[in-house]
Design a protein. Structure first.
Lengths: 339, 469
């Protein structure tokens, strides 16, 4: 039992004496890595947050119970896919593809939400008989083919549009007009790949938090004349707020510590740049690359250990915060909801 | 903000936002299926014997090879196609991009063959004749002899010399002993192809890697992964289960246990690479180094336990997966109704008896779930292993006939690292790609099957409990 506590203490103790050495140098070496880590995590969160939270809201509030009991394991499966595999797909399949079809990718990022809205509009225009066949509670499933078609449509149309409006290659345009370099493995790719890896964990926690909100609250709000949107925005979200916050924190912690995806999908160049089309090198990736070759007493070894310590402290703080918030919220609802 | 939103806007939002949310579920599912389909198609498709083409170019060149993919030419109208042409010893390269417009004729002659050879990789061309046992066979007789010879185990094959020609007419003499497989995919029927596909998959699973990991199989990696995972579960199960029992049954539920519980959850969130650093610093350099100075000082400049190895890797991963086991077991313990415990105590059982006879048997499925989840996590984890003992190509298996049979200090191969290494550090990544896909598919399958088992077990367990209560 004590072993568990010992691990935390031991890791701390192990890295503590190393802090004494050459702090300025370590700082200079670590700061690009820290920047890379933050950039990667930020990119991942930008991609993952809307999707994960949207999915959580949908499945907690709208989805039919039967579909929900199927979808949750499916998303758990998504979490189980090893980082190496995601990184490999991102680095060797997605990255070259995006490089060739940059315009299509960017269009897709905008087009997909639009097409979902379009689906909603079309649905409301449909005859009631058809609407019965395709209820909103199953929309998560029957939107699949619709989205797939939309993706194909966008892929087919974009090259023509690119030709028409931009006069050829977007990548060349970027370079000439804004002086943006395009690296094959960049923050965009890392964002998508790591977002993919982070979505399920954020989703699971946020969904739990939303499902924990007593149904009486939502029903009460709607009975008082609030629309569902208002009920969600004004009642359910504030009530589940701490839980959602902890989900986001845990997701961020995972994104910061993820090694293999960044290692494989980013260019591993330690750069200071805010451009989404340039690579970066994160602390975790730097440790994985350099530590096996560092000699146990050298300077590199020490600064890498320092990086590990920083990672550890960061994730530890984030997780503790998230966990405390989550526990507090749960206790509150057990009192208030009393189901 | 709502003051500025008119009623019409609000109604629009009210109708639209569920669709955005529904679309995000659909999008996640879409990405998941796309990923799995990609892996399945590329991973399994590689083993299907693809037909070989012979193309004649406008310049008069004749090229034989397997068409891989087509991409649009930059700046110009038209496509170019990538061919795998093999014959690295003759042409200097085994890939060739061909402008589709330059192709005049495209045929699939039945006599094109593909040889798998030990140095230089595949040969694609024609078999002219075969010299063996002092006689010279031509055409079909030579092919039959070759097929029969290659069907024998490697040490019983006759010696001989193959006379080959490439598609553009260059001749090559190849000893029979250097070839491992010969195919004439254009002449094969569907049945033969399916059988061959089966045997290729089996070869992939059961053989060691060849040609700097660009061909051959992944058996040592599978073996290494499984062995490490077994060792890890042996270490992690008792610790995890004991810790969970202590937390849930023995300790008083107060502030301290709550803190410990938060700590355990926290450990699950610590990045795996940090565990790797910890393993390297404490196990490998700390404990391993000390062990070396005590017991293996004879060989000291070269470390025995002071370098990454099987034992340290399994210890590190055991640490990494400890929270998984603890959380799952605790969940199982918490679900046992208190009436069971009180009933046992009322019947005169001591606390220990109550724990071992009543509570523990009921938690076995939960423990199993935890261990399976731990195994699944460990099988997919690569980052910490890179630091504590995985090898690109291990010269010896960690288990052999030599005493003490299980060599804990040896480095081992791991599926995930094998995948990373071949995909990013290989010489000919293009050639290794199909194998990388296959490895990725295998890894994903293992992990998914383990996870599914855990989910079903948990589900089953819950339902059973539900009926009892």
């Amino acid at each position: 039992m004590l072993a568990i506590l010992a691990i935390g203490v031991f890791l701390f103790w192990e890295t503590l004496p190393l802090l004494a050495r050459d702090e300025t140098l370590a700082f200079a070496k670590l700061s690009p890595l820290a920047w890379g880590t933050l950039k990667a995590a930020l990119a991942a969160m930008l991609f993952a947050l809307p999707i994960a939270l949207g999915a959580a809201m949908y499945s907690a509030l709208f989805m039919s119970a039967r579909l929900r009991s199927r979808i949750k394991p499916a998303l758990e499966m998504m979490e189980a896919i090893p980082g190496v595999v995601v990184g490999f797909i991102a680095g060797l399949v997605l990255a070259p593809w995006v490089e060739r079809n940059l315009a299509s990718t960017l269009v897709l990022l905008v087009w997909l939400p639009l097409s979902a809205g379009l689906a909603g509009v079309l649905w409301h225009l449909l005859a009631a008989r058809w609407r019965q066949q395709m209820p909103l509670s199953w929309a998560g499933l029957w939107l699949l083919p619709w989205l797939a078609c939309m993706v194909l449509l966008a892929l087919w149309l974009t090259p023509h549009m690119e030709e028409l409006f931009l006069g050829g290659d977007l990548r060349r345009l970027l370079e000439q007009h804004w002086g943006l370099d395009y690296a094959t493995r960049n923050a965009l790719i890392v964002g998508i790949a790591m977002g993919f890896a982070v979505i399920p964990s954020i989703y699971a926690l946020a969904e739990d938090a939303l499902a924990d909100v007593p149904t009486a609250l939502m029903e009460g709000a709607q009975a008082l004349g609030a629309s569902r949107w208002q009920a969600l925005w004004r009642v359910a979200l504030p009530a589940a707020g701490p839980g959602i916050f902890s989900a986001v924190m845990i997701g961020a912690g995972r994104a910061v510590g993820e090694t293999m995806i960044v290692l494989m999908a980013s260019g591993n160049t330690a750069l200071f740049s805010a451009s989404p089309f340039e690579g970066m090198r994160s602390m975790a990736a730097a440790i994985a690359i350099e530590l096996p070759e560092a000699s146990p007493d050298g300077l590199t070894y020490h600064y890498l250990i320092l990086a590990a310590l920083v990672l550890f402290i960061f994730t530890f703080l984030v997780n503790t915060l998230a966990e405390m918030v989550r526990l507090r919220m749960r206790r509150r609802y057990h009192k208030a909801g009393h189901r | 903000m709502s003051r500025f939103i008119t009623v019409a806007h609000r109604r629009l939002l009210d109708r639209l936002w569920p669709w955005l949310c529904a679309a995000s579920v659909a999008l996640s599912l879409l990405m998941l299926t796309a990923l799995l389909t990609l892996l399945l198609v590329r991973g399994l498709g590689h083993f299907w014997p693809a037909s070989l083409e012979e193309i004649t170019l406008r310049s008069g060149d004749v090229v034989a090879g397997q068409a891989i993919r087509e991409t649009p030419l930059p700046q110009k109208i038209g496509n170019e196609r990538l061919y795998f042409t093999g014959n690295r010893d003759i042409d200097g390269a085994s890939w060739r991009w061909v402008d589709v417009d330059n192709i005049i004729a495209r045929t699939t002659p039945a006599d094109l063959i593909r040889l798998e050879r030990a140095p230089w990789g595949d040969f694609i061309g024609r078999l002219e004749s075969l010299e063996a046992d002092g006689q010279r066979m031509m055409g079909q007789a030579a092919w039959d002899y070759l097929a029969a010879a290659l069907a024998l185990p490697a040490d019983q094959r006759p010696t001989g010399q193959l006379l080959l020609t490439t598609a553009d007419g260059q001749a090559l003499s190849q000893p029979l002993s250097t070839t491992s497989r010969a195919l004439a995919p254009n002449a094969m029927s569907w049945g033969q192809k399916t059988r061959l596909w089966g045997s290729s998959v089996w070869q992939f699973l059961s053989e060691g890697p060849r040609a700097a990991n660009t061909s051959g199989g992944v058996w040592p990696a599978i073996f290494g992964t499984v062995l490490m995972v077994i060792l890890m579960s042996v270490i992690v199960t008792p610790f995890g289960v004991l810790a969970a029992i202590y937390l849930n049954e023995i300790a008083h539920q107060n502030r301290l246990t709550r803190l410990v519980r938060i700590g355990v959850r926290n450990l699950a969130g610590v990045p795996s690479i940090v565990y790797g650093v910890f393993g390297l610093g404490v196990f490998v350099y700390g404990i391993g180094g000390t062990l070396d100075t005590w017991f293996f000082s004879a060989t000291l400049p070269s470390p025995t336990f002071g370098t990454g190895g099987l034992l340290w890797a399994s210890l590190t991963l055991a640490l990494l997966t400890l929270p998984v086991v603890i959380v799952a077991t605790e969940e199982g313990l918490a679900r046992i109704p208190d009436a069971q415990r009180e009933g046992a105590m009322a019947l005169g059982a001591t606390r220990l008896e109550m724990l071992t006879r009543v509570v523990l048997p009921m938690t076995v499925p939960a423990m199993l779930t935890g261990v399976i989840l731990a195994v699944a996590r460990a099988a997919g984890e690569v980052a910490p292993l890179m630091l504590v003992g995985v090898a690109k190509l291990a010269p010896q298996m960690p288990v052999d006939g030599e005493f003490p049979y299980l060599h804990l200090e040896r480095k081992f191969m791991h599926l995930g690292y094998h995948l990373f290494d071949t995909a990013f550090h290989g010489e000919d990544v293009q050639a290794a790609m199909p194998l990388v896909y296959a490895t990725a598919l295998l890894l994903v399958l293992i992990v998914l099957v383990l996870n599914l088992t855990a989910i079903f077990l948990r589900h089953y367990f819950r339902r059973q409990r539900g009926n009892e209560c």
